[in-house]
Design a protein around this ligand. Sequence first.
Ligand SMILES: [Zn+2]
Length: 159
Amino acid sequence: MTVAGDDILLLRETIRIAGEARKAGNHPFGALLASADGAVLLTSGNTYLEDRGTGHAELNVARAAARSYEPEFLAACTLYTSVEPCSMCAGGVYWAGIGRLVYGMSEARLGELTGSNPENLTMSLPCRHVLAAGQRTVAVEGPFPELEDEIAEAHKDFW
Ligand SMILES: [Zn+2]
């Protein structure tokens, strides 16, 4: 089973992926799929350059996960993301059948960083609200305040 220490470790990996996405000219977000024992199965950064507003890292991972694995397997997996998923991505996690979601920074804090930047008009709809409307339970953990500064660093002077 995944333990809290692994959550921090894997969230740090999403921060690293977010940094790579930024270096590649995309938005500074990263996500990954981990198995029940904490092995990293899939990763993706944001793909704004190619996919524009729908190129979110979490949606990229959720779609790849649904293509690659059976729902029974995904129910025991966790999607990690540097920043709380938007409603589209929370929906993607739900529809892929991924059982658990762990995020670092809250959407509200992200909204403070992105402001009214037209490339990322951050919503105000916590992922727990989206997922609570579903028929299947997705366990959610976050935010992790101890990682907030590290995550914000990838967004510095970007928006
Ligand atoms: Zn999203």
